[in-house]
Design a protein around this ligand. Structure first.
Ligand code: PRP
Length: 185
């Protein structure tokens, strides 16, 4: 068996390789660890499904005590057109009231998902509420949302890998890559 990693034919190019992602995740974890050094009640809330790999890597690099939890959302009309309607599929098990909540997202696109999450979490009165986002596509933004920790800004292309999918495929590629346009247009 060859050691060479296979790149699926649907991939146009690799945008962020494993080493680049790992280095940035280490930086983000160092920033989060420094900022939450004094708080003993940090809860990371990963947004399923896309954030599962980022969440696992980020959490394992933190040097401060923390809990991990997840939330699952689904947006209607996903794709090039989105009207911003978001549906809660699975809530956290942790009570966020009085705790320091850090939302962990794989990608910020229109902003509707994070905006929705911030609104429902604020109502739970956490001690603090921040956002940690691996990828942002500024060109796609429909609504401004605060990002406290950002990995990378990327162009408006469909990206897969490191948790991100196209029709639930390619999530476990170790790198982040642009899909060929003919696959999704
Ligand atoms: C993606 C991503 C974010 C959301 C961002 O989730 O994980 O949660 O879209 O888009 P927005 O800024 O336009 O709201 P998706 O709905 O594809 O589900 P998945 O994470 O389960 O793949």
């Amino acid at each position: 068996m060859s050691n060479e990693r296979l790149i699926p034919e649907e991939i146009e190019r690799v945008l962020l390789d494993e080493e680049t992602i790992a280095a940035r995740v280490r930086d983000l974890a160092a920033q989060v660890s420094a900022d939450y050094g004094d708080s003993d009640d940090l809860v990371l809330v990963g947004v399923l499904k896309g954030a599962f790999i980022f969440m696992a890597d980020l959490a394992r690099q933190l040097s401060v005590p923390h809990r991990v939890d997840f939330i699952a959302l689904s947006s209607y009309n996903k794709g090039s057109i989105s009207d911003g309607a978001v549906r809660l599929i699975m809530d956290t098990r942790t009570n966020l009231t009085g705790r320091h909540a850090l939302i962990v997202e794989d990608i910020l696109d229109t902003g509707y998902t994070l905006d929705y999450l911030l609104r429902i979490f604020r109502a739970r009165e956490p001690a603090s509420l921040r956002t940690c986002v691996l990828l942002s596509k500024p060109e796609r933004r429909k609504i401004e949302v605060p990002v406290d920790y950002l990995g990378f800004e990327i162009p408006d292309v469909w990206v897969v890998g490191y948790g991100l999918d196209y029709a639930d495929r390619f999530r476990t590629l170790p790198y982040i890559a642009a899909l060929k346009r003919e696959v999704y247009v």
